[in-house]
Design a protein. Structure first.
Lengths: 350, 281
């Protein structure tokens, strides 16, 4: 659909939040009991955190929970009864989610919807409406200005201009949201796209060359590059980069319970772990650098080769939270031939 | 869209109707689908088999699709396979599948076939080999070279003996040399790795396809020998790759080699394709 533009006055946002709670399970940035920033369910509008900063954990959990039940089983004698987990899904509104988190859903839709349909994911995805809040200033480690993810996939985006929110509605779900509370949204008469461009320039989120998509040709020649071992030898395989990542989607299937009853569940897993590909008699990724290389190349070569988009929205969490300060952006630039010099400093063992 | 979660992750229940102890660590399980028809499958495909409370693992479908039932051959090496080895006739396991691609059986018709199996790697070849023998007239020569580390790691012994008694398949059995050149007492076959056998017998590449499965190192050395010493083209070699899998349906991201999902684009691969992938094996 063609984008539509509205004004949302700042003093109407609280009303929007309260009214939306009647229709949606509203998720927004808030603080937990320990004052950590999370995507959660604020008790009141006053508990919503209007900050640019991303919560450490992305919003992917609302379509791909950290753990979910696939099957419940019970055994009685030699009879086994098993059934798929029935889930009633309420519509979720991601209220004020960062763009990098909102756009990540479109990226991973490709893998969950090719060939076999992964309904547990797709059903939750279909029930999720994104109402993103554009960043006023780019964050410490993020590089969304270097990645061309599908901004148009985000249902609605609010740009916090000087006096009001300029709301760009881009999908049917976004249109439904605005239609439900139409008294709060006033059609924008001015040149909205110019205002958005100016806003993004000021925020530092406008796209800048060279985009990281351009690294692909170089990466395709870099699999055997001798510097992998040197530059990522510090990786400890903790997996925090993957757990905080809005696009990392690899999972494990495990049983929990005993012989009498229990469940088969799906749970996040990570390719940087030692056991990820360990088999009975064979381990193709027997060194840590090979496991890190898999993560980087999956994101910037394999996934786009297969599905189109990079498996990254540039949120920068994997840089922020890496305990050994591995910087994926700098590594992509180096191995992809966009920069001649490797990422330097003691952090990379040089 | 309502029920495809059922299709994807909710397994069918399958009863064990027979157990054959192949070796001290390998058993073949004969399975029966009691909740409906056995699904159709093709030679080379695999399934996710599991024991509730323990978990699932991927095994190739090791019996010919044209015969009734379904067989899998399981080596006891980890948690799930240990649970399998503790099961008996009458026990119930879980099954999802069939998954993955298959051998291009029709393209093999009219050709000389050379099967090369290594250890439990014979399992993915077995359904195809027996199907070819059931339709013997469709093929030229059929050779089987089957190697294992030790005699007690040769699977399907009863079938090998039967093959040895037939005149329409040539069987060469081999065990890894413990002391090169020295015979192993009581062993009826050869004492050699596979590449020296190939280089001695020199099976001509004319109109022949090689179908091989075994440990990655064996596949690699067999291919090297065929390509570099015997003038085979990569396109004449077919193999199946083993990669750790969970979902079996191209979602969980575990079996990727480059942009290839072994569970969807494989497990059967032409060697030409393998050479084009990032060399993770």
């Amino acid at each position: 659909m063609a984008a539509e533009y509205y004004r949302l006055n700042r003093d109407k946002v609280g009303e929007l939040f309260d009214r939306a709670r009647a229709d949606y399970d509203v998720v927004a940035k808030t603080r937990d009991a320990n004052n950590n920033l999370i995507y959660g369910r604020p008790a009141t509008f006053d508990d919503v955190a209007f900050v640019d900063q991303q919560p450490p954990m992305s919003a992917k959990t609302f379509a791909l929970p950290q753990t979910e039940t696939l099957v419940r089983y019970e055994r009685e004698g030699d009879k086994i009864r098993a059934e798929g987990a029935a889930e009633t899904t309420r519509d979720v509104l991601l209220f004020g989610v960062n763009m990098c988190d909102a756009a990540a859903f479109d990226v991973i839709d490709h893998v969950f919807a090719w060939d076999y349909l992964d309904d547990p994911y797709l059903n939750r995805r279909a029930a999720t409406t994104q109402f993103a809040l554009a960043c006023t200033i780019s964050q410490q480690d993020c590089f969304c200005d270097r990645i061309s993810y599908a901004e148009e996939s985000v249902d609605a985006v609010a740009y916090p201009l000087e006096d009001y929110y300029l709301v760009k509605v881009q999908t049917e779900k976004g249109r439904n949201l605005v239609a439900r509370y139409k008294e709060l949204f006033v059609p924008e008469e001015g040149d909205a796209e110019s205002s958005i461009r100016a806003f993004q320039e000021k925020a530092g989120t406008a796209k800048k060359e060279p985009m990281l998509e351009a690294a692909r040709a170089g990466l395709e020649k870099a699999f055997e590059h001798a510097d992998w071992e040197i530059l990522v030898s510090t990786c400890i395989g903790c997996g925090i980069c993957t757990y905080t990542c809005p696009t990392c989607h690899c999972f494990d299937i495990q049983d929990e319970g005993g012989t009498v009853g229990g469940r088969r569940l799906r749970t996040w897993d990570h390719c940087t772990g030692r056991t990820f590909t360990a088999m009975a008699a064979h381990q193709p990724r027997d060194r840590q650098y090979k496991r890190y290389r898999q993560r980087l190349l999956h994101k910037f070569w394999y996934y786009p080769e297969r599905f189109g988009p990079l498996l990254c929205t540039g949120c920068g969490r994997c840089i922020t939270y890496c305990p050994v300060k591995i910087n994926i952006k700098e590594l992509v630039e180096y191995f992809g031939g966009l920069k001649d010099t490797p990422p330097g400093g003691a952090r990379h063992g040089k | 869209m309502e029920n495809s979660a059922e299709r994807l992750y909710v397994p069918r229940l399958v009863r064990i109707v027979g157990v054959v102890a192949e070796t001290p660590t390998i058993k073949t399980f004969q399975l029966s689908f009691e909740d409906g028809d056995r699904p159709d499958f093709k030679c080379g495909q695999f399934g996710e088999f599991g024991v509730y409370g323990v978990g699932e693992a991927a095994f190739c479908l090791a019996s010919p699709p044209s015969r009734d039932g379904l067989e899998i051959t399981v080596k006891e090496v980890g948690k799930v396979t240990r649970a399998f080895h503790n099961l008996n006739e009458g026990d119930v396991i879980t099954f999802r599948g069939p998954f993955g691609n298959w051998f291009p059986y029709d393209d093999f018709k009219g050709k000389e076939l050379l099967f090369i199996g290594g250890g439990i790697g014979q399992a993915p070849l077995r359904g195809l080999l027996r199907t070819c023998l059931d339709n013997r007239g469709d093929f030229e020569h059929i050779d089987l070279i089957y190697a294992a580390r030790e005699e007690c790691e040769l699977v399907y012994e009863r079938e090998l003996v039967a093959f040895e008694g037939r005149d329409d398949i040539d069987v060469t059995l081999a065990l890894d040399p413990v002391c090169p050149g020295e015979p192993i007492p009581g062993w009826r076959g050869r004492t050699s790795f596979v590449p020296p056998i190939l280089e001695e017998e020199r099976p001509s590449p004319d109109n022949r396809v090689v179908i091989t499965c075994g440990p990655p190192i064996m596949i690699k050395l067999v291919a090297k020998s065929l390509l570099e010493k015997l003038d085979y083209a990569p396109g004449q070699i077919w193999t199946t790759l083993e990669m750790r899998m969970k979902c079996g349906v191209g979602k969980c991201g575990r079996c990727n080699i480059g942009s290839v999902y072994v569970c969807k684009d494989g497990p059967v691969f032409n060697y030409e394709r393998i050479l084009s992938l990032p060399q993770e094996f």
